[in-house]
Design a protein around this ligand. Sequence first.
Ligand code: AMP
Ligand code: ZN
Length: 438
Amino acid sequence: MKKTYWEEELEGFNRESLENLQVERLNKTLGNAMRSPYYKKLFKAKGIKPGTIKSVAQIRDLPFTTKQDLRDNFPYGFLSLPKKEIIRLHSSSGTTGNPTVIFHNRHDINSWANLMARSLFCAGVRDTDVFQNISGYGLFTGGLGFQYGIERLGCLSIPAGAGNSLRQIKLMQDYGTTVAHAIPSYLGRLYEVFEQQNLDPKKDTLLHTLVIGAEPHTEEQRLRIEEMFGVKAYNSYGLSEMNGPGVAFECTYQNGLHIWEDAFLIEIVNPDTLEPVPDGEYGELVMTTLDREAMPIIRYRTRDITRIIPGECKCGRVHRRIDRIVGRSDDMFIIKGCNVFPMQIEGVLLKIPEVNTNYLINLETINGIDEMVVNVEVNKEWFTGDLRKLDLLAKQITAKIRDEVLAKPIVKLVEPGTIPQPEGKAVRVKDKRNNGLK
Ligand code: AMP
Ligand code: ZN
């Protein structure tokens, strides 16, 4: 039987042919990028000429692109093709100011689906599996990104969407789900609902694999998930700017994530000096799209901190491996799968007259679930008399923060002077999560 390319990909590539392909695709990518208003101006100013790249090392002569650049050129500044050829956009969760928007043409959607199929295949998923995608469908890339890959691979797909644990469990049982994809922090909650129903996912479902990603998590968290569900859990890494999921994925050896180097040219740089770091050392992941037409991005500073794992993987894949993401080089944090900037929360809080300017966001693991506890100082008079009013205020603030950042916080209203003030700059976020970015 004819194999699909993601099965052949194991034997097909060697390092040399991969690097030749990278050079070819980089030149093509620069040519495409040159058609966008942003890169056209930049390349002209810097004298960059597409078609002149001879080796991947020359990537270092090109300028970096940051999230701010994407925002400043919102919405169409990075678009390389006429709108007529664009078939979809995705945009990043919870951001201040302009969102980050990524556009795709047919080619891009097709190659993303292939990357996702390859990723799932790499984690041992096969067309005989029943795949439940517990992920928001919409602008978030985890829904449709996975959906296309699941279908491309040929699994029976269940586009379950996020939340509603009882329904998730029912779907798993009704259709005999064997693989599910979810954010790791959700799975603890899902397990609790299993328990409340007197069900044991190990015995009462056919699950054998969970794909977990979109937010940082530790090896301990993975082991807990594997233990709770009686499955193998594989780490899935991606970001909207580089399509979404399907950028890097663990193979069945679970020793780092293969990053698909025919589609992304990767560098690890010191975030302060922007100089490359040697393999094995941690730094910021920088990526260049190699197979995207509608919106190529050159040397994108992901802010994600990881390292190249030196050496070859036992599975034989030629694509190098990155380690799990240990943190970010900026102050953004991720809670319940949403990207949150502390200043978004400050923006909400300081519009509320009853609140003073002192607040502290504690990120905590409560009963196994990562929560954002927002401590807010409110005027003293709120603590005398009818405490139900205080409760109501907390609820209002909760709703406002949730509307802004999409993740529901736990709001604790405290008397003025309660939150410790450090000397010098204010500390707005304390990460006390078991798996958090310390
Ligand atoms: P978004 O573009 O909204 O999907 O968010 C992408 C960001 O989520 C990445 O830049 C990472 O910071 C984070 N992320 C995605 N997948 C993982 C993962 N497997 N482990 C840790 N962080 C992740
Ligand atoms: Zn491998």
